[in-house]
Design a protein around this ligand. Sequence first.
Ligand SMILES: [Zn+2]
Length: 285
Amino acid sequence: MHPASKYNEIRHHVFSTYHKYNLKTALSVLQSRAPELYSAKTGYVGLEAELFFYDKERDKLDLQATLDAGDKCDFTGIYKDKHARFDTTTNIDYKSLEDYESFQRTGRPYYLVVYDRKRQTHRIIDINFPFCPDCKGRMIDGLILKEIEIETSNLTPHGSTMQTLIRICTKKPDYHNFIVGDYYYDLDTKRTLEFWLKEDFVDAWDDDDFKKMIVDQRKKWTINHNTYLRKLGQSLTPNPLGFIGEFDYWMFWKDKGEYYTKIVWTHEMLENYFPADMELYIDSI
Ligand SMILES: [Zn+2]
């Protein structure tokens, strides 16, 4: 039997066992049949991930196991009020956005389900980036942090940020881009402190212990800061947020310089297009 037919036959056996009995019995069937798979280890791990995801989400997402017919889709279901397709994996490094392109062009939303065996949890990753109307690229929404203003009144720091949501093409970012909107946000005291500590005001302090503490904590704060901005950016668009950038200034001659955007966070499926530390020069912002 062809390895793909064998795989499908075992998958069918495992899922029908699940329906007839339960998860535990289905898992023991999978275990007993794993040696028949082309790659016993990866085949086992992949089907186990599918089973766990199905068991946890079948009612909520109205999941149906599909035939594995080479369309990168293990299940169909309803997600965010729409028909959706799900591809499960235990290692996102083996997945690339291009794999889904031809199927997504037909208008069907696709989601990646990344299963973590150690924690027995999964994440659903939105990969439905719209296509560029002018070329074969994808249009990616990115939040660019432009300004942070900090004031102190009664020894309580108060801050606000100004940012731009931009939509930008993966293939021709310099030409195919436009501004979705500019947004201005007040920050609470905790966020203001995070932003403040992220800036280099710290150097003004004489206390070495204090400085050391800040340097040690800075990485952690930076992560929090990005998480906060991701939530903020995602709330502004129905598309998956693709990256976060921060404005920086580059002096190229005496007092002359220009602003550019430095990428500080990237959606995990876009690392080929907008890697961390990448510098973007966009005229319109
Ligand atoms: Zn384009």
